[in-house]
Write a protein that binds this ligand. Structure first.
Ligand code: AHR
Length: 645
């Protein structure tokens, strides 16, 4: 006996006899199918995410339609704003330049969105609409100017004729500079009118005109999102009904899409952005096209006739909702209708005769109260009648619990919406505590769309701890894929010099972008989503927080792999044996691919200067007969893939 006690003591002191942690994946109990579009992205024009961000236009206030028409511009010489006989009737302002010959110059500088980023040897497409008042030829000098006030690119444009015409020229930047500007100088005496002054990098995503910033779309593409929710958020509601997002204003010729204010301009007193507007250059056509490029299901959100309830009580009387309902029906026609339908024709004329295969539509964003329910009803009636195949998404309000949530969920169930949008911006601790949230949800009602969520640490940074908390929570989404159909982190993009809200998934400046640890969590889920759920348990229980551990598992039919996700949100590293029960053949020696996202420092972040502090790291382990062991470090998320026969 004494001998055994001594042996036990020796083993313990060498740490070899830790209580074995064993997770059991049951291969014989296939669970819910994982919808291929389950993990996606939510785009909103917040934090200069569209104009100044994803939309590659470099000129701010290109049509002089901001309330203060020279915002973004530095006019010099004799330059004035006019609107008689405009070039574009829905954006009627333009500038008149009068060069008397006595001045040293008449022109304009544009500061861009927190300046303009230029890359050495890159080409830039400059254009404007112009007319010469006396019809005679007028010469313009177009210059790319560096932050040191040096000219790093120059070309000329000759304007001729009394009618409005488009002129364009390509410039090449001689230097890289993140904080440049654009200058135009009228060199010939006389009067010239100019409008829609635009500068795009020649290289955009797929090199499209009116294109999107390539590096940002690449970041989205690399996520492999299944669904793409757009265009917001609160911006679809507007601070007032007049400033709500109206999709019809965002299609057709880009020059004639009327400017709208951005709802995030004055929202936060400490983050004040009087120069935040929406040109709609990135409009609904571009959103649908981007969804298609990304391989994601488009999921548009439309106004239900309530302005943002945080900001206003303005609403459309229920009896007057018809034009709003018609907008929703027309949107479905714009996306899917034949080319000979009114709105299908608009889509076709913009370059996409084929359907965008729209399957979802969300009515309202974070609405609450009876006022929402009574407005949702006519939308549902009309959409069900005309487009019964479209899935309708209702909301449960701005929070994951509380009065509005408790009122709306049963109402959504009663109305039989297809999905209910839930939003949760909560602490990382909340995310860790709520991994079981959906284990007990009613399986017979509508499905859940986790439409906006992010763990908000006190610092509001996208740090390692918040990412791990989200990964832990998402094991609960995956385990409950029968009820949770879609999930999209929020917000997506933020300009480092012009943000209103954080944390955000991807940060950028005028030249580059950084993917946060939270981005990588989303990517690890989306790229490893599998085909159907497999139960994974410890001592017969779901693994959802006991000792800081979380897990979910899926089977991927395409690759015949079991994919197990494990989160260790505790403070100690742990060896975990993952047992695959029900194997038809032993695994002996099979390679297990492990992807690890980890940081010893919970507050650690990725920055533009150091973008790779926390990134997924691949490695391999060898499986034993019926499973494999992973060393799960503290504050880490793992995806483990193993092929089975
Ligand atoms: O994601 C930022 C904002 O958060 C969204 O616009 C809104 O829906 C939520 O309140």
């Amino acid at each position: 006996m004494k001998k055994y006690v001594v042996i036990l003591f020796i083993l313990l002191s060498f740490g070899n006899l830790k209580a074995q942690i064993k997770f059991e994946v049951d291969l014989l109990q296939p669970g819910a199918t994982i919808a291929p579009d389950m993990y996606g992205v939510f785009f909103e024009d917040i934090n200069f995410g569209a104009d100044g961000g994803l939309y590659a236009e470099l000129v701010k206030n290109r049509s002089f339609e901001f309330d203060q028409p020279f915002v973004g511009w530095l006019p010099f010489g004799d330059v004035s704003i006019k609107n008689e006989n405009p070039c574009f009737n829905r954006n009627p302002h333009y500038v008149r330049m009068n060069e008397t010959g006595l001045r040293r110059g008449t022109g304009l500088e544009n500061e861009g969105f927190r300046r303009i980023g230029f890359r050495e040897n890159a080409a830039y497409n400059f254009s404007f609409y112009a007319r010469s008042l006396d019809g005679g030829q007028k010469k313009f000098k177009i210059e790319l100017v560096s932050s040191k006030e040096e000219i790093i690119g120059r070309e000329e444009v000759l304007v001729e004729g009394e009618e409005w015409k488009r002129y364009s020229v390509s410039l090449t930047a001689g230097e890289t500079d993140a904080k440049g500007k654009l200058r135009l100088v009228l060199e010939t005496p006389g009067i010239v009118d100019l409008d829609h002054i635009s500068l795009f990098p020649a290289e955009t995503w797929k090199n499209r005109e009116n294109g999107l910033r390539k590096d940002l779309v690449e970041a989205l593409y690399d996520l492999k999102p299944g669904v793409f929710r757009f265009p917001g958020g609160c911006i679809i509601e507007g601070n007032t009904l007049e400033t709500r997002y109206q999709w019809k204003n965002s299609v057709g010729a880009v020059e004639n899409r009327p400017l709208n204010e951005n709802r995030w301009n004055y929202t936060f007193k400490h983050r004040f952005f009087p120069d935040y507007y929406q040109t709609y250059g990135l409009g609904f056509y571009e959103f649908f096209l981007l969804s298609e490029d990304l391989g994601a299901e488009p999921l548009p959100v439309v106004s239900c006739g309530l302005a943002c309830q945080y900001e206003s009580t303005e609403c459309v009387p229920v009896g007057d909702l018809e034009p709003f309902v018609q907008d929703a029906l027309d949107l479905i026609e714009f996306a899917n209708g034949p080319v000979n339908s009114e709105w299908g024709k608009v889509r076709a004329e913009m370059g996409h005769p084929g359907s965008f295969n729209l399957k979802y539509i969300a009515i309202g964003n974070e609405q609450w109260g009876e006022g929402y329910v009574e407005r949702l009803i006519p939308f549902m009636k009309a959409i069900r009648e005309k487009y019964p195949e479209i899935q309708i998404i209702g909301t449960s309000g701005p929070a994951p619990d509380g009065e509005h949530f408790d009122y709306l969920w049963p109402k959504m169930d009663e109305l039989k919406v297809d999905l209910v949008d839930e939003h949760y911006y909560r602490s990382p601790e909340w995310f860790l505590e709520n991994a079981k949230r959906y284990d007990t949800y009613d399986r017979n009602g509508p499905k859940v769309f986790a439409g906006e969520y992010a763990a908000h640490p006190q610092s509001r940074d996208n740090n390692a701890f918040s990412a791990i908390a989200e990964a832990a929570f998402m094991t609960g989404l995956e385990r409950n894929a029968d009820i949770v159909r879609l999930a999209t982190y929020a917000p997506l993009l933020a300009h480092v010099d012009a943000w209103q809200w954080k944390p955000d998934m991807i940060w950028f400046d005028n030249l580059s972008a950084v993917r946060t640890p939270n981005y990588y969590v989303q990517q690890m889920y989306a790229r490893n989503s599998g085909t159907y759920v497999l139960p994974v348990t410890q001592n017969g229980e779901n693994i959802a927080g006991e000792d800081g551990l979380y897990a979910s598992a899926v089977f991927d039919e395409g690759s015949s792999e079991v994919v197990t996700k494990v989160v260790n949100a505790g403070s100690l590293s742990k060896d975990i044996f993952i047992s695959l029960n029900g194997l038809q053949a032993p695994l002996n020696g099979e390679r297990v691919q492990i992807i690890e996202l980890h940081s010893n420092v919970p507050e650690a972040v990725n920055t533009l200067e150091k973008p790779n502090t926390i990134v997924p790291v691949p490695s391999f382990v060898e499986a034993g007969k019926d499973g494999f062991t992973i060393k799960a470090q503290a504050n880490a998320f793992y995806v483990c893939r193993i092929k089975i026969k």
